[in-house]
Write a protein that binds this ligand. Structure first.
Ligand SMILES: Cc1cc2nc3c(=O)[nH]c(=O)nc-3n(C[C@H](O)[C@H](O)[C@H](O)COP(=O)(O)OP(=O)(O)OC[C@H]3O[C@@H](n4cnc5c(N)ncnc54)[C@H](O)[C@@H]3O)c2cc1C
Length: 358
């Protein structure tokens, strides 16, 4: 019997696997795709996210951005900057492949599965039936993203909202001359982004309503208006799971982490930090459950308390920003406010630490 099966080999799954393997647990990671695979994500890593990696990811960082250009819905653009980087640019397929290789180096097993058919909790173990095998494990971590099958099968009352985002790459001359940008001029509640990578720009749209659904045409129009091109490559959309401030782990042997638990933040849609943090928290909960005999869900609830508070603060900030964009962005354009945010972000602080000067 395997100690821990983890479904989903994104940041949440690999972070959990790495910590469990480091403590001598046997781990089987399942994913519906073989790696490398394309995952819809702009690959922006904030300093607080980078600090969570237990291995050095510098070889896959393509750029460090220490300034961000903000376009408000009305008025002139302004720059948020710090001496230290505010965001690190990676390519998501490369980050996930790199993390999976780190897990495999620690003797973590990886398998591609077509379908998770059922998950049954027995007295002392779990039975996970996939389309072609029956796997027995002591614990299960559901890290299978916003549309989680593990959540559907094991946490029927857990409600996760899904906010859509759409991204694409465009080729430009000298991408290194372009700043990182958030553009709030889009109609509706959301923004466009421009993330400069090594050989291209990654552009995208994030919406906090999902209504009406994001259309490729919107992104093409934006690329045309801003960069004079409609030649978008690798357009891909997916949802970000949000609302995890209300997630309560159950009493059983299954824990949800990352987007599967709604641990994306709703302000800007940052999810990698929370996926790593909650994946590590799930691993820690299982480790302490084995040491103390308490339910992993109880240990996990303690571990994710700060994550949930932080997510609630992002949710509140998103409500303010997208309900009153003119006032909020006017305030943010003042150096007193954006200087504080820039410093907090660059220092790797959480929202609670930035707002309450912790
Ligand atoms: C367009 C877009 C841009 C984004 N940009 C950023 C950004 O720049 N920075 C940032 O911090 N966040 C960003 N996010 C959010 C971020 O991508 C997610 O929050 C993050 O990937 C969540 O990590 P996770 O490990 O929980 O899930 P995921 O990364 O979604 O990984 C889930 C894994 O589970 C696998 N899986 C799914 N279903 C099954 C199944 N049934 N069986 C087996 N395996 C399954 C998937 O193949 C995948 O590998 C973006 C999201 C989108 C959609």
């Amino acid at each position: 019997m395997i100690d821990v099966v983890i479904i989903g080999a994104g940041p949440a799954g690999t972070a959990a696997a790495f910590d469990l393997l480091s403590q001598g647990f046997s781990v089987l990671l399942l994913d519906k795709y073989g790696f490398p695979r394309k995952k819809a994500c702009a690959g922006g890593i904030t300093p607080k996210a980078r600090a969570l990696f237990k291995y050095d990811i510098s070889s896959i960082i393509q750029r460090e951005c220490s300034s961000i250009k903000i376009w408000p819905n009305l008025g002139r653009a302004f720059l948020i900057q710090d001496e230290k980087p505010l965001c690190y640019m990676t390519q998501r397929w490369e980050l996930d492949l790199f993390s999976l290789e780190m897990v495999q180096k620690k003797a973590g097993q990886f398998q591609v599965v077509k379908k998770i058919v059922s998950i049954e909790e027995k007295k002392n173990h779990l039975e996970i039936r996939t389309s072609d095998q029956l796997i027995k494990s002591r614990y299960l971590i559901g890290a299978d993203g916003a549309n989680s099958v593990v959540r559907r099968l094991t946490h029927p009352v857990c409600r996760v909202r899904r906010y859509p985002a759409l991204e694409a790459d465009i080729r430009v001359d000298c991408p290194e001359l372009f700043p990182m940008e958030f553009d709030f001029s889009m109609p509706g509640k959301g923004y466009y982004w421009v993330f400069p990578k090594k050989n291209h720009l990654n552009i995208g749209i994030y919406s906090t309503t999902g209504q009406p659904a994001l259309k490729q045409g919107q992104l093409v129009e934006y690329a045309q208006k801003r960069f004079g091109t409609d030649r978008l490559q690798a357009i891909k959309g997916y949802s970000i799971g949000v609302g995890g401030y209300s997630y309560c782990p159950g009493q059983g042997r299954v824990l949800l982490s990352g987007d599967a638990a709604g641990f994306g933040e709703s302000l800007l849609g940052e999810g990698i930090y929370f996926a790593l943090k909650s994946g590590q928290a799930a691993a820690q909960a299982i480790i302490s459950s084995c040491d103390t005999g308490i339910f992993p869900g109880i240990a996990y609830a303690k571990e994710i308390k700060k994550i949930r508070t932080d997510l609630w603060l992002y949710h509140f900030s998103a409500k303010c920003l997208y309900s009153f964009p003119r006032v909020s962005l006017k305030l943010l354009s003042h150096p007193f406010f954006h200087g504080r945010f820039a410093k907090g972000y660059a220092d790797g602080k959480t929202m609670a630490q930035i707002l309450f000067c912790r």
